[in-house]
Design a protein around this ligand. Structure first.
Ligand SMILES: [Zn+2]
Length: 172
């Protein structure tokens, strides 16, 4: 296992849709293990493969950040089965450090995907877990929370982000 560098807003991998995984082989298992380790090291509650510049539809989520092994979710090719209601809470992103926003999210979601054995899993979630699914599935669709803000807030944040990149304040 290895901690991989997390790419930031402006990196092309974050702004285009990722491809479905066709075959869950050893390379995918290794990718998922690296994603979990990278998420815990950050630390964060979720990570999508595009955030480590891998354009594949793979996400990991652990609201407990490694405290409770039962809470670790690893999903390949996740997709929404249902979305219902609405919630707005503050969100951050490891790829947009020091920024936050409150995009509209569904109150309840059902998500379908494959586990590492290729078995279909369906998970229903509310509150923070529902938001985490939306946030990570957005990543594999090439969207960041910034893209979900109102036009005014989005443009303001993008101006600030471009300024950070120009000033060289955006690299690790
Ligand atoms: Zn994120």
């Amino acid at each position: 296992m290895a901690i991989r560098p997390i790419v930031k807003w402006g990196h092309p991998a974050l702004h285009s849709a990722a491809k479905p995984v066709l075959n869950i082989d050893g390379a995918i298992v290794a990718l998922v293990n690296d994603m979990v380790e990278t998420m815990y090291a950050a630390p964060g509650i979720g990570l999508a493969a595009p955030q480590i510049a891998v354009p594949l539809r793979v996400i990991v989520i652990d609201l407990s950040v490694s405290e409770d092994p039962k809470q670790l979710i690893r999903l390949v090719n996740p997709e929404f089965v249902e979305q219902e209601g609405e919630q707005w809470e503050e969100e951050g992103c490891l790829s947009v450090p020091k920024f936050g926003g409150s995009p509209s999210r569904p109150a309840r979601v059902s998500v379908r995907g494959l586990d590492l054995d290729g078995k279909e899993q369906v998970i229903t979630a509310t509150q923070l877990l529902a938001r985490a699914f939306c946030h990570e599935i957005d990543h594999i669709d090439g969207l960041l929370f910034v893209d979900r803000l109102s036009p005014l807030k989005r443009d303001l944040m993008k101006r600030k982000l471009r300024k950070k990149i120009r000033s060289g304040d955006w690299e690790d």
